[in-house]
Ligand binder design. Structure first.
Ligand code: ASE
Length: 314
């Protein structure tokens, strides 16, 4: 495909070693969305749920009937899922049968306590549509709700919650990741000194804040500009008991911006979907310090979300 032409041996120059010029990574990235869409569609049709209920490997015919889809389409989808190692194949008399892999059963079935189906649905129905306008988002430096959904983006949460259904979908998205990353972020620091803990949600720019020893801001600041973050943190600082603290839960970027890739991509997502960005530990520390907090520390978890703790002096 994109093999370089063979220049042949050059007189006098040392022979170059035969390098692999097949652009494996670029091809993988170019078509990465094919994988995303295969997963989205399999979850939306309920392929993994049908296999969970069956408790034995099923043929493509059985699965296509159970999910109400064409046989030909289902056969191709199942083959791709097997290629992605999301389904096991079992051969019997020249016929193929499918079953869930362990990971599919735990994370891709709707009834599982660790299900990611809600996140996948939000990716499929909202994030994917916003990313259609990533080029515009980069050019304009702002989110793309008006183009993607025809709603004004003046008030961020009016756009994010553009219908009750959309609000519920977003809540499910926000919730489902804590089954996977929650324990690590709440155990990153010793929180036992804090008796009254407030997990901040709602209209926290307007509503009066409850008095507490610890405020948790999980994936809140990444929605907002530095100015809005400081405005919110100052409100929390005022409400916070002396000796209390604020815990930020965010996907931290390396100090030099060199990674992790997930945080870099999430920062692009904050561009297409919000008014914010992902930040480094030092950037969050600066926001906390500007709002009065001291003794600021951060801890990496090795998963998506990390923790930053800032204190209010006694
Ligand atoms: C927000 C979090 C998210 C606002 C919009 C969002 C997420 C997706 N859309 O506070 C979760 C993080 N995932 C990504 C891809 O950014």
């Amino acid at each position: 495909m994109a093999e370089l032409p063979d220049a042949g041996p050059t007189k006098g120059a040392p022979t170059t070693p035969a390098t692999d010029v097949y652009p494996r990574k670029i091809l993988e990235y170019m078509e990465g969305f094919l994988i995303s869409k295969t997963v989205f569609t399999s979850c939306e049709l309920g392929v993994f749920d049908v296999l969970l209920a069956a408790e034995r490997p099923l043929s493509a015919e059985e699965i296509s009937q159970a999910v109400g889809a064409s046989l030909d389409g289902t056969q191709r989808l199942l083959a791709a899922c097997a290629g992605l190692q999301l389904l096991n194949t079992h051969w019997d008399n020249g016929q193929v049968f499918y079953s869930n892999t362990e990971q599919s059963r735990v994370f891709l079935t709707r009834s599982s306590p660790l299900s990611l189906c809600q996140s996948i649905q939000y990716s499929s129905r909202t994030i994917y549509l916003c990313w259609h306008y990533l080029t515009d988002a980069v050019r304009e430096g702002r989110n793309q709700y008006e183009k993607a959904f025809g709603v004004s983006s003046k008030d961020l949460f009016q756009a994010l919650y553009r219908s009750d259904e959309e609000m519920v979908k977003f809540m499910h998205l926000m919730n489902s990741i804590w089954n996977i990353c929650g324990r690590d972020v709440v155990t990153a620091f010793d929180l036992t000194p804090f008796k009254v803990i407030c997990d901040l949600g709602g209209d926290f720019f307007k509503d009066s804040l409850p008095v507490a020893d610890l405020y948790i801001l999980a994936r809140i600041l990444h929605d907002w500009t530095d100015e809005r973050c400081i405005e919110l943190l100052c409100r929390i600082y005022k409400a916070c008991k002396p000796g209390g603290a604020v815990l930020l839960v965010e996907a931290l970027l390396n100090e030099d911006g060199s990674g992790p890739l997930t945080a870099q991509l999430y920062s692009l997502n904050m561009l297409v979907q919000t008014e914010g960005r992902e930040r480094t530990g030092a950037q969050y520390a600066a926001l906390l310090a500007a709002s009065g907090f001291t003794n600021i520390q951060h801890r990496l978890t090795g998963k998506i979300y990390d923790a930053v703790l800032g204190h209010k002096e006694t």
